[in-house]
Design a protein around this ligand. Structure first.
Ligand SMILES: [Zn+2]
Length: 484
């Protein structure tokens, strides 16, 4: 019992340190070589007074405006017109080796002014290109503004078809929301190489191999899907906070958060600079790696190490009580999902259209809180009535996931160590993995609500059961821990 407080405090401290932070938005008087959210948003404001679907007059005006802006920065701008689309392909002057491609899409859906989707991308690309045109790094910078993204990635597909070249490096910016931390949720190419440029860029956006693995399983697409398929390397950025405004009339400049724009902008400029300053080398061999943000640092680990660290707590497992503990866990998890589904049903009664198509419930915070509390109640129940709290299921689950999918399983590993260590007579070493668990889980919890969307509430209910078991475990030795 005495172990509870220090372990919880360590985990809470970790979560606090690891919680995503946003920079202040730089004003229009920021240095010319830096990224200014104010300058970027000045352009986005001009482009997003009304929706600009492909083929509309509003869309044509935005393409003309971008053409003009890029030309006046000294770029050589070409128009590509596959079908009824208009892609803009702009290249900085010079004849150096091909450097970096900054990519965003100019069209919006018919229902949305598209300040974030993808005015954000347009503004970030233009402001980063402006800063680099002042700085003039050695490599060549290219800007690709695609059309018809919202109609099935058509502009990007046509571009890749007309100008096939593997191994280009693209930085794509899109949006599924209008606020919150910036996410780099997908990479293509050799992870160690991409992460080394990432670290050099000083980018503080959230990036984990967990998000990438999950996103790869989802049917969602951006232009980046096309580039990845064509063998390009690169990074894919998005905002996901405020997801209920996605593809609605509320995707306006007033709802686009300046500090989020600043964070993505700093990253895109830093990454482009890091790659443009590099001597062109041979691409490294593809290699998968588990990586995560830990308090602003991006830590990478080889998969075998994650697997090893995930399997080791099996040595601390109390096998005698494990079957009973796991059976109780399974029953509670099932009940929690069912209760989560009930909350979800209830929400459908109150919000018509809740479960249909793309529409999201506005301000779904209370729903998320209710479902997460449900999961926590399940944890508390297991802590009290299961033979070792949640130790056995936590350790076994971690071993399975870290063994099968280390890119995802890393997030469970510290919790399994807490579960294993706190059952021992000297429990205090468990404080160290508890701190690490907080550091990894803080940003995970910050991301999971917008990432899962309101339609996946029942899934959200088991998230505490699966991730917080280390904090809700206890010693199985009755008599030694009781009453202390
Ligand atoms: Zn988009």
């Amino acid at each position: 019992m005495r172990a509870d407080l220090p372990i919880l405090l360590a985990a809470a401290l970790g979560a606090l340190l690891g919680w995503p932070r946003l920079p202040n938005a730089a004003g229009s008087d920021a240095p010319a070589t830096g990224f200014s959210a104010d300058r970027a948003m000045g352009r986005i404001r001009v482009w997003s007074p009304e929706p600009r679907p492909t083929g509309s007059e509003a869309h044509e005006a935005v393409v003309d405006s971008l053409d003009h802006d890029l030309t006046s920065l000294g770029f050589d701008v070409q128009r590509q017109t596959p079908g009824a689309l208009t892609n803009l392909v702009a290249s900085s002057p010079g004849a150096g080796p091909e450097g970096v491609w900054l990519v965003a899409h100019s069209d919006s859906v018919a229902a949305a002014p598209g300040a974030a989707d993808d005015g954000l991308g347009l503004g970030v690309v233009l402001e980063a290109a402006r800063a680099l045109s002042v700085e003039r790094p050695p490599g060549r910078l290219h800007v690709l503004i695609t059309d018809g993204e919202e109609r099935g990635l058509r502009g990007a597909t046509a571009f890749v078809h007309d100008a096939p070249a593997a191994d280009r490096l693209a930085i794509n910016i899109d949006a599924r929301g209008t606020e919150g931390p910036a996410y780099m949720f997908q990479m293509a190419g050799s992870t160690p190489e991409l992460l080394s440029a990432w670290r050099a860029s000083g980018c503080a956006a959230q990036a984990t191999s967990l998000a990438q693995t999950v996103y790869d399983l989802l049917p969602n697409d951006t232009d980046f899907t096309v580039f990845r398929g064509a063998g390009w390397r690169g990074y894919n950025f998005a905002l996901i906070g405020g997801a209920w405004r996605y593809h609605t009339a509320d995707d306006t400049i007033a709802n686009l958060a300046p500090r989020s724009v600043q964070q993505i902008g700093d990253c895109v400029l830093g990454l482009a600079r890091a790659w443009l300053d590099r001597a062109p080398g041979l691409p490294a061999a593809p290699s998968e790696r588990a990586y995560a943000q830990v308090a602003g640092l991006t830590i990478g680990a080889p998969p075998w190490l994650v697997t090893l660290l995930g399997l080791a707590p099996l040595g601390l497992l109390r096998w005698r009580t494990a079957p009973r503990s796991c059976a109780t866990f399974a029953a509670v998890a099932l009940l929690t999902v069912l209760a989560g589904a009930l909350i979800s049903r209830g929400a459908q009664v109150f919000w018509p259209g809740f479960s249909t198509a793309i529409a999201e419930v506005p301000n779904p915070g209370p729903l998320y809180a209710a479902v997460l509390l449900l999961g926590l109640a399940g944890c508390a129940f297991l802590r009290r009535f299961s033979p070792d709290g949640m130790a056995a299921p936590t350790i076994l689950l971690t071993a399975a996931v870290a063994g099968l999918a280390p890119a995802v399983g890393y997030i469970l590993v510290p919790g399994a160590w807490v579960a294993g260590l706190r059952g021992r007579r000297t429990w205090w070493p468990a404080v160290v993995p508890a701190l690490l668990a907080g550091l990894l889980l803080g940003p995970f919890y910050a991301a999971i609500c917008p990432a899962l969307t309101t339609r996946m509430l029942p899934v959200l209910a088991v998230v505490p059961l699966v991730t917080l078991g280390g904090l809700f475990s206890r010693s199985a030795e009755k008599g030694t821990s009781a009453g202390s």
